[in-house]
Design a protein around this ligand. Structure first.
Ligand code: NSS
Length: 399
């Protein structure tokens, strides 16, 4: 893989180039582009141990000076305003390279295991994950649509053509919460498989995560970049399936023993997840959430209908949820009730309900937030730096 952040030191002496070139060179500003002719020589003190002894310089473009970001460190607001220039820095180049390799490994995992990649829509007619975070858009003159929160409902359609399907698409969430882990637009890797039960679904997630992390560590370049970012590689080396599991009930007990003011039925938010993930120090599944905390499509546990066959996968070191998944409800009447409970009209979901009316199979699936995983891998402080052009609730003007 190329290493586009490499720096080449070029040394120019007036006596080597003559006064005409020398005068030209004086005009070069930060970020200008030039073509240089010269001789490459060894210099142990230069970056990479080499430098160019310059003979001739041809100017290609002179950048306006001063450069808006200068050389000193800038606060996040300034870096966001100048995002289109800020991402020229080696730090961002390195993040994109790890991201690219991560996506290559994810695709490779599914290809090797004979899953089919499909292309679900982005403009959709219904909510998948609750009305509060839906982005509504005008659809031609007299209609409306939404930006997809998840490809899941469409993947559920596709399993009847292909069996095991996956997709990588942008997902949109009008999240009001300004946190270090919420984006309004993120890349969502989702999988759905016919005949897969709750347990099978967890196994795929474990294998996928292990495959990605092992692949990143086996590649010398990505390994060294990850080490450079996070300072330690051990938490990645420790990623080994099967992952630990705790039930929602157990999580509530742990949190109560740590004096959290929480009772059965309450949501487990970022603060609670942080405490649990620090306790377990490994990837782990949080399973069997109360049904009312999850979306309408989760299958209820037949032994205990107040809980669902759902699981979140949490990353270590306090990073929290990176995957949400479940077995899907296949009883059409339960689904209709659950859709109503969420405040939606079952009429809008007729096509989805038909999947249960006109022949169905048990099935399960999950969604992985690519940025959440990369955020943990590189131990970044804010999720925004996993994407070149992050969409955040508080930054309403963007390029
Ligand atoms: O809402 S999820 O928990 N689940 C779903 O969307 C399912 N319909 C997926 C499926 O089963 N096919 O989101 C899945 C993951 C979640 O664990 C996060 O890693 C990520 O998507 N996610 C986000 N990442 C960044 N920013 C935001 N706002 C965000 N919301 C979810």
């Amino acid at each position: 893989m190329s290493e586009p952040w490499r720096i080449l030191q070029c040394v120019i002496k007036k006596s080597d180039v003559g006064s005409k070139t020398w005068e030209r060179v004086k005009k070069i500003t930060q970020e200008s582009s030039v073509i240089i002719y010269g001789e490459m020589i060894a210099n142990p003190r230069a970056p990479g141990g080499k430098e160019v002894k310059v003979r001739e310089v041809l100017i290609q473009h002179i950048a306006v000076s001063p450069y808006p970001l200068g050389k000193k460190e800038q606060p996040p607001e300034v870096l966001m305003r100048w995002r289109h220039l800020a991402i020229r820095s080696p730090r961002f180049t390195k993040i994109w390279i790890v991201r690219e390799y991560l996506l290559k490994l994810a695709r490779e995992y599914f290809q090797r295991n004979e899953w089919h990649e499909v292309s679900p829509p982005i403009l959709v007619s219904t909510a998948c994950e609750g009305g509060a975070t839906l982005f509504e858009v005008k659809y031609f003159d007299d209609s409306k649509a939404y930006l997809s929160q998840s490809a899941q409902l469409y993947l559920e359609v596709m399993i009847f053509s292909l069996g095991k399907v996956w997709s990588l698409t942008p997902s949109f969430r009008a999240e009001k919460s300004r946190t270090r882990r919420h984006l309004a637009e993120y890349w969502h890797l989702e999988a759905e498989a016919a005949w897969y039960r709750f347990e099978d679904n967890l196994r795929v997630q474990e294998e996928l995560i292990e495959y990605i992390i092992r692949g990143l560590l086996e590649n010398d370049l990505t390994r060294s970049l990850i080490l450079e970012f996070r300072g330690d590689i051990e938490p990645l080396e420790n990623v080994k399936a099967p992952f630990e599991r705790i039930t929602y009930d157990e999580a509530i007990e742990i949190l109560q023993s740590k004096n959290f003011d929480i009772k059965w039925g309450d949501d487990i938010g970022a603060d609670e997840e942080k405490v649990l993930s620090e306790e377990i120090e490994q990837f782990f599944f949080l399973t069997h959430f109360p049904a009312h905390l999850k979306a309408f499509y989760v299958k209820l546990d037949s032994n205990r209908p107040e809980v669902s066959l759902s699981a979140d996968l949490l990353a270590p070191e306090g990073y929290g949820e990176i995957i949400g998944g479940s077995e899907r409800e296949d009883d059409v009447n339960v689904l209709i009730d659950r859709i109503r409970e969420e405040g939606f009209d079952p009429k809008d979901y007729q096509w989805y309900l038909d999947l249960r009316r006109y022949g169905s199979v048990p099935h399960s699936g999950f969604g992985l937030g690519i940025e959440r995983l990369l955020w943990w891998i590189l131990k970044l402080s804010h999720i925004r730096d996993t994407l070149p052009f992050p969409r955040l609730a508080r930054v309403k003007k963007f390029i």
